[in-house]
Design a protein. Structure first.
Length: 362
């Protein structure tokens, strides 16, 4: 299966498109000299745009381009689109939270615009609250309502144990709860997407080394692999202790040997007990053990790479990497991306990805 082209044109412009408060400005487009948008697991994407901050005026003089605070200003809504300039795709939507001016003796003044997506409000809002046996879906709907986002939730309808948010931000609290149950959240436009990590698939891509895949580094590492995770606890209703174990549930994309299998054959069994997390039911303990085992398993093979700029390369994308040999050719789950643009390198996408499998191409 060949790589999907990023455009149908032989020659195209991949210059980012920027909207401020739902409007496009020629001055913003013309003076943009750099972009960096970072997206990661757990949500809260961040954006940096760098502008040449000097422009000519109708009288033939020149002055600071954005000094009037009419366009680039704190609190303004901002959206960025990338890819083919004739058919751009949205990669960021949020609010300008910072402006940084830089003046030097050997160059034109520049203005750095800093922004975060809608989860910025959840990062800033701290509260203390007790939630009596909620489902994770209930918690997400409450957050989405506070942020004026539309919740898109997969699963997580079962009630969990009582949760205590103690002087925590809403974002930190939900990240902690979701990590316990192996879930992920992302803001996509005006929607808040939450689902079990094993069911996240924001599209599929195929990248070939020395083609759209410009650079890649891959590590297969047994150092943190285990063959079993155990969790124990006390059920206060039954007045009895319990113990559970897990060898994983969600394998993720890819084929080949899992780290636990290679570890067992090369070294032997290695069990890890989780003692720092309290569980009051077997169901809760199973969720903790499954999430912990899967998190280690997914990190068995880790990728760091740079591809031709592609707005479809996002956290949760399943990316097939080819051309590195039978041991490393495989499908991987993208965990972090950085969309970059400047006048020298053009548009590129750095990414990190991982897989529970090694040797899928054999």
């Amino acid at each position: 299966m060949p790589e999907a082209p990023t455009t149908t044109l032989a020659v195209y412009s991949a210059r980012p498109t920027v909207q401020i408060n739902l409007q496009s400005y020629a001055k913003v487009s013309e003076l943009l000299i750099g972009m960096e948008m970072v997206e990661q697991e757990g949500g809260l994407s961040s954006l940096e745009l760098r502008f040449n901050n000097i422009a000519s005026d109708p009288e033939g003089g020149a002055g600071l381009a954005f000094e009037d605070d009419r366009i680039l200003k704190l609190g303004a809504a901002i959206a960025v689109y990338s890819g083919d300039e004739m058919a751009p795709q949205e990669i960021f939507r949020g609010m300008i939270t910072g402006l940084e001016a830089e003046f030097s003796a050997d160059g034109a003044p520049t203005l750095l615009v800093l922004a975060e997506d809608s989860l910025q409000q959840a990062r800033m809002a701290r509260r203390t609250q007790i939630y009596e046996n909620p489902s994770i879906a209930d918690l997400i709907r409450q957050l989405a309502q506070r942020l004026s986002l539309t919740p898109i939730i997969t699963g997580f309808t079962d009630a969990i144990t009582t949760q205590v948010q103690m002087d925590e931000s809403d974002l930190a609290f939900l990240r902690r709860v979701l990590a316990r149950y192996d879930g992920d959240l992302q803001v996509v436009g005006t929607e808040l997407h939450v689902s079990p990590r094993g069911e996240v698939r924001r599209g599929s891509l195929e990248l070939h080394i020395h083609s759209q895949l410009r650079r890649v580094r891959i590590l297969a590492d047994l150092a943190h692999q285990v063959t079993q995770i155990t969790v124990s606890g006390w059920n206060p209703e039954q007045g009895q202790p319990f113990a559970v174990s897990s060898t994983g549930v969600h394998r993720g994309p890819g084929t080949g040997w899992m780290g636990a299998q290679i570890l067992a054959n090369a070294v032997g069994s290695r069990s890890h007990h989780i003692a720092h997390l309290a569980a009051t039911s077997e169901a809760e303990a199973h969720a903790i053990a499954d999430a912990a085992f899967d998190a280690r398993a997914h990190r068995f093979v880790q990728v760091e790479g740079t591809a031709e700029g592609n707005p479809a390369l996002r956290v949760g994308t399943h990316v097939s990497l080819l051309g590195m040999g039978d041991r490393f050719d495989n499908s991987y789950y993208v965990t972090r991306v950085c969309h970059r643009f400047d006048g020298i390198r053009g548009y590129e996408t750095d990414f990190e990805a991982e897989s529970a499998f090694w040797g899928g191409g054999r």
